[in-house]
Design a protein around this ligand. Sequence first.
Ligand code: FMN
Length: 257
Amino acid sequence: MTDFRATAPDASGPEVPGSPTPAPAPPGPAPSSAAAGYDVAAMRAQYRAEGIAETDFPADPVEQFGAWFAAAAAEAADPAGVIREPNAMVVSTADAQGRPGSRTVLLKGYDARGFVFYTNYESRKARDIDANPHVSLLFPWHPMARQVIVAGTAERIGRDETVRYFRGRPHGSQLGAWASAQSSVIASRDELDAAYAELAARYPEGEQVPAPPNWGGYRITPRTVEFWQGRTNRLHDRLVYTRPDAAAPWTLQRLSP
Ligand SMILES: Cc1cc2nc3c(=O)[nH]c(=O)nc-3n(C[C@H](O)[C@H](O)[C@H](O)COP(=O)(O)O)c2cc1C
């Protein structure tokens, strides 16, 4: 298996996670990061992973995503592997005024149509998507010196697909989806626990829990998919697939790091 780990320090600084020795104090008040004993500015990894070549990449980015996802999942399955939760991705949205928001969600499916995650349809992210369907997904496979960034448009999936997925969730997660009015302010933790306890009494383990009407999946139809591979001396590889619309063929180009 490829050794994805960061290796020897580069010429300009120490290996991650950075020297625990505080840097010489500059004049003026110490930044809080230095005060905590870590020099954040000096933290950097040197990557030695192999490069990626246009000629090795297939015509379809979803196929390439599948290959990298399989590698991340294999790391996660290996007790000595460097990845946890390979399907965790950062979804960025923007509201009608263009104000951005990001949060982690779990990828629950991908195919030629796009990338699927599940959430509450009244959450902040859902309100953003209602106003502006343009989103970005970022897979932060840093320990493998890799990241994938998908940009595209989000659409609610069909109710049947949501219900099928919901039925396969653990009982506790099913109740949790009902108990949480995601992104809304609550008075206390007790309020949430009480809502859950009430639902648990109504739907004991083994009883079918219906999918909440305000909960379901989004599918992101990709317009660009960028594959980033860390290389030495910050000369990273970036290969990006783009297409003007979902019916058009993909173009693959290299971006300067
Ligand atoms: C590893 C991880 C996985 C998560 N998976 C999901 C998910 O699949 N769906 C979801 O709605 N929230 C998920 N969350 C919680 C979100 O990050 C976020 O707190 C929540 O969706 C509310 O976001 P919003 O207020 O911006 O809409 C996850 C958080 C973490 C750290």
